[in-house]
Design a protein around this ligand. Structure first.
Ligand SMILES: C[S@@+](CC[C@H](N)C(=O)[O-])C[C@H]1O[C@@H](n2cnc3c(N)ncnc32)[C@H](O)[C@@H]1O
Length: 228
């Protein structure tokens, strides 16, 4: 599917991603924690958007390449962070040689893809054996409940509407059941070694008490650490 909306709303999304609690105080801390010590490692950050996670990885001493299929967000990322950014579609073969990364982070991007078979095979190919893939996706229970989906077990396209930096943004992504996420990773040659339903960082309670209350009582995103 097209993610043209990330080009159309790129500047507003970049501003939103910088400081909203869901990205800044919940998703990125959880991904960084699962990625572990990245100092001196080669990290590929897929679905990097405006590069806020890429920037944090670089600040921890990693050599980072971020990819995203929004040319607008890639340009913004290039202007903000000391990392390389490439405009590329995860649904297509990647331009990187085999075994060129130690760690891949895929923060809140895989649910945009209808089929994970070739994207995950590509991520497995570009990782060294024993390399780590960290994935965050929308929690399937959250999607199921939020959209009142008639069939939890079916992979289905949902339409979501967000307000980002004062602008309305409509996105479409795929709900898939937990078992489909797990089996896709296993079939692509990954061994899942951690599944996490994280808490936001404590600072969230002060910055946005409403988000804190929601994130500490309801499923929102789901995290996997998988080894190639
Ligand atoms: C919710 S944002 C990810 C947030 C980001 N990881 C961060 O830390 O700020 C989703 C991103 O995935 C990108 N995306 C969606 N489908 C993609 C695809 N097929 N290939 C590459 N990037 C994609 C979008 O352009 C968007 O920037």
């Amino acid at each position: 599917m097209s993610t043209g909306v990330y080009d159309e709303k790129g500047a507003a999304y970049a501003e939103h991603a910088a400081r909203n609690p869901w990205n800044d105080l919940y998703d990125r801390p959880a991904v960084l924690s699962l990625a572990g010590d990245v100092a001196g490692k080669r990290v590929l950050d897929v679905g990097c958007a405006a590069g806020h996670l890429s920037g944090l990885l670089a600040a921890r001493g990693a050599s980072v390449v971020g990819i995203d299929n929004s040319a607008v967000l890639v340009e913004i990322a290039r202007s903000l962070w000391p990392a390389s950014f490439v405009c590329a579609d995860l649904a297509e073969p990647l331009e990187f040689p085999d075994a060129s990364f130690d760690v891949v982070t895929a923060s809140l991007v895989l649910h945009y893809l209808p089929d994970w078979t070739s994207p995950l095979a590509e991520l497995r190919r570009v990782l060294v054996p024993g390399g780590v893939l960290v994935v965050s996706v929308h929690h399937p229970c959250e999607d199921w409940r939020w959209f009142d989906l008639p069939n939890y077990f079916a992979t289905s396209l949902v339409t979501d509407r967000w307000t980002v930096a004062g602008e309305e943004m409509e996105v479409q992504y795929y709900h898939r059941p937990l078992s489909a996420v797990f089996s896709s990773l296993r079939e692509a040659g990954f061994r899942v070694d951690d599944v996490v339903e994280p808490m936001p960082v404590p600072e969230c309670a002060e910055v946005n008490p409403q988000a804190y209350e929601s994130l500490t009582t309801k499923p929102r995103f789901l995290y996997f650490r998988a080894v190639a």
